[in-house]
Design a protein around this ligand. Structure first.
Ligand SMILES: Cc1ncc(COP(=O)(O)O)c(C=O)c1O
Length: 394
């Protein structure tokens, strides 16, 4: 997948077109390419949950949606800390928000990235889960003045997309890394990621326990614990507990965690801060009976719907335009459709059929709610198709 960061700093959200509703947008614009409609109030509600109820500092994981209109919404909603996974993301955030703090929380970095991040951008927080990456980090950025988080692998828990088979280490090796961090003159800290769209708050308690074992075995003062992302969005098809259950579980499990006095608790949600604020408007470009071809697909905004094991869906509504250009919702009895994307690739098809109103037609608009996470972030320019059209819904 090609991550395209739009770094035009002049393309600020205040210049985006504004509409009273998604229906009004469809009537006036009749989008040909997939179109993103942003709801500032929903971004604020998501940020408020973390700023007011999470018992520590929330960072926004930029990778979930690095589009400028979205990071603007996140910033305007009050988030000032950003989990940046690359120099491009650091440049994007620091170039845009002078009072934002970036944290380089990717456990593997490109050669030279840590050096530039530390020396040119003043980044202090880094993550490692291996001796080799720690060697590389110390060689490039030294140890003094850095806070180095050791990432612990978590047990397979309630996450729809697990992240611990690729990243994280066992507590005993984590302990060795922590001691090396201290020997290098850096500040030791711990982190984990329970996996994305985690449906079980208890998974965080298990993960804190793994981190606790590493801290105890290392016998060093732990200056910070970052409990990662993974907080779910409320998609149909998933049984999603409220976020405060997660925060309460994390708060309780901290009572056993040896965080030094004055130590910091952080989290780095991506999905939970950006999903619900975005509506994705797509269009049916061809209708072959049970097969619908959309202007969007796996090379566009539907990468996540193609992930193995992905069980969630988006809330969706279908609209058609009458001869006067007025939009009406389709209300036919739902039936399953095979959804193809617009590119020439045979694999550009959703793995599961989608239930849609049976009277859906060519040229209708399918509107997906809660569609801000890992949609625009994963779109490509394959076949010359790339959408970058945005509006604000007031
Ligand atoms: C290191 C790290 N932090 C944060 C996130 C954000 O996760 P989520 O969107 O599930 O909250 C990810 C997602 O892959 C990640 O890899």
């Amino acid at each position: 997948m090609t991550l395209r960061l739009v770094t035009d700093k002049t393309a600020a959200s205040p210049t985006l077109p504004r509409f009273p509703s998604v229906v009004a947008l469809i009537e006036q614009i009749r989008p040909v390419l997939p179109f993103y409609a942003l709801h500032p109030a929903r971004f604020r509600a998501a940020a408020d949950r973390f700023l007011n109820e999470f018992p520590g500092t929330p960072m926004y994981a930029v990778k979930a949606n690095p589009s400028l209109p979205v990071v603007d919404q996140i910033y305007e909603a009050g988030i000032r800390h950003f989990d940046t996974a690359s120099l491009a993301e650091i440049e994007l955030i620091q170039g845009r928000f002078s009072d934002a703090t970036c944290h380089f929380m990717a456990p593997v970095r490109l050669p030279g990235a840590a050096a530039k991040a530390a020396q040119e951008y003043g980044i202090k927080d880094f993550v490692v889960d291996s001796d080799q990456e720690l060697d590389k980090l110390l060689r490039e950025a030294g140890g003094k003045g850095l806070r180095i988080f050791v990432r612990i692998a978590t047990p397979l828990g309630g996450a729809i997309l697990e992240l611990s088979s690729k990243f994280g280490t066992k507590p005993d090796h984590g302990a060795k890394l922590l001691r090396r961090v201290v020997e290098a003159g850096a500040t030791p800290a711990l982190t984990f990621h329970v996996g994305s769209q985690c449906l079980s708050p208890f998974t965080y308690a298990q993960a804190v326990e793994m981190a606790r074992r590493a801290a105890v075995a290392a016998d060093v003062q732990i200056a910070a614990l970052d409990v990662g992302g993974g907080f779910p969005s409320n998609y149909p098809g998933n049984d999603v507990p409220p976020h405060h259950w997660y925060f309460d579980t994390i708060r309780e499990s901290l009572s056993t965690f040896p965080l030094m006095p004055g130590g910091e608790l952080l989290c780095e949600p991506g999905r939970a801060l950006c999903a619900e604020g975005s509506t994705l408007i797509t269009r049916v470009i061809l209708n072959k009976g049970e097969a619908l071809f959309l202007n969007d697909g796996s090379y566009g905004n539907m990468d996540e719907l193609c992930q193995p094991g992905w069980t969630a869906e988006y809330v969706r509504k279908v609209y058609w335009l009458d001869a006067n250009g007025r939009a009406h919702e389709r209300t036919g009895a739902p039936r399953p459709f095979r959804i193809y994307g617009p590119t020439c690739d045979t694999v550009d098809v959703l793995p599961k059929p989608m239930m849609l109103p049976g009277d859906i037609q060519f040229d209708d608009f399918i509107v997906f709610e809660n569609a801000g996470a890992y949609t625009a972030a994963c779109r490509t320019q394959f076949n010359g198709l790339f959408s970058d059209d945005w509006a604000i819904i007031e």
